[in-house]
Ligand binder design. Structure first.
Ligand SMILES: Nc1ncnc2c1ncn2[C@@H]1O[C@H](COP(=O)(O)OP(=O)(O)O)[C@@H](O)[C@H]1O
Ligand SMILES: [Mg+2]
Length: 273
């Protein structure tokens, strides 16, 4: 087929596309700026499922602190822009960040940033249209001083649209960890997220079954659809709610939870330096 006049090959996500409309170059330029800003970060991993309530934030937070306990330098980006939960799970008292460029706040050695740090109280709903959400995400990626990190963990929002699309287009991720529960509906939504990522050229590092009864039905379903690795299961455990509500980090407080996360994390980082 004849090449369209003026078309140019550019990389978006990890795939190459022929571009004729100039607006696409904004994405390409922004991707370049993000790449330069995050040059000191070795690995970037998103924790994702299209479904809410399956444990994305729980996995992202506990994974970040497990990596920290293994001696890595870790950042945690709350990419659930309009419904941020990370700082609540971490019992951080969200002081507004007056400094610019932005600096993440330290929580026991993990660098954290969240939209919650820009609102004056937890219960206030953040009612933003897509462009504002995208702008905030851009601030976190382009204008935040992360410094040198081994791992940046992104706690993604549910859904398969705007902000997750931006993450896939703007960042060179190592890939996503998908989170499912044993439920078929959760598995289908996790698989859907994985299929979206693949469409955009972003890899799947594996699937975790959360709130598991010990059999990993949901993760098996996802692994079968996506042909991806099963990273491990996290049992349904009321300690998660109790500790999180107290603002304590489960993986630092409970030995059973710690063991589950160490096993998942070691599988995840195998082969990464
Ligand atoms: N393994 C688990 N066992 C019991 N409760 C859990 C477990 N994982 C997460 N939860 C709880 O389930 C709720 C939803 O988890 P959350 O991480 O906020 O999900 P998401 O980020 O996907 O919306 C929270 O109240 C959390 O404490
Ligand atoms: Mg969440």
């Amino acid at each position: 087929m004849e090449e369209e006049k003026g078309a140019q090959k550019v990389k978006i996500g990890n795939s190459e596309v022929n571009v004729v409309h100039p607006s696409i170059f904004n994405v390409v330029k922004q991707r370049q700026r993000v790449k330069e800003k995050l040059a000191g970060i070795k690995h970037k991993i998103g924790v994702y499922s299209a479904k809410g309530g399956v444990g994305k934030t729980t996995v992202a937070v506990n994974l970040a602190f497990t990596l920290r306990s293994l001696g890595y330098k870790v950042g945690l980006l709350d990419a659930d822009i309009d419904c941020p939960n990370v700082t609540m799970f971490l019992n951080m008292n969200n002081p507004a960040l007056a400094r610019y460029p932005l600096e993440p706040l330290d929580k026991e050695g993990v660098k954290v940033i969240s939209t919650a740090m820009f609102v004056d109280e937890n219960r206030r709903p953040i009612i933003w249209r897509g462009p504002m959400v995208a702008k905030m995400l851009s601030e976190f990626l382009e204008n935040t001083e992360w410094g040198e990190l081994d791992y940046l963990i992104l706690d993604c929002s549910p859904g398969t649209s705007d902000s997750n699309l931006s993450i896939m287009q703007l960042l060179e991720l190592d890939g996503f960890i998908l989170v499912t529960t044993p439920q078929h509906i959760a598995a289908i939504n996790a698989a859907r997220s994985g299929l979206m990522a693949r469409r955009l050229g972003v890899g799947i590092l594996g699937v975790v079954e959360n709130m598991s009864d010990g059999y990993a039905h949901g993760a098996a379903e996802v692994a079968e659809i996506l042909k991806c690795e099963f990273l491990g299961a996290i049992k349904d455990n009321k300690k998660f709610n109790e500790l999180s509500d107290e603002g304590k980090i489960p993986v630092l407080e409970n030995s059973e939870i710690k063991e589950e996360f160490i096993s998942i994390t070691k599988k995840l980082i195998k082969g990464r330096t």
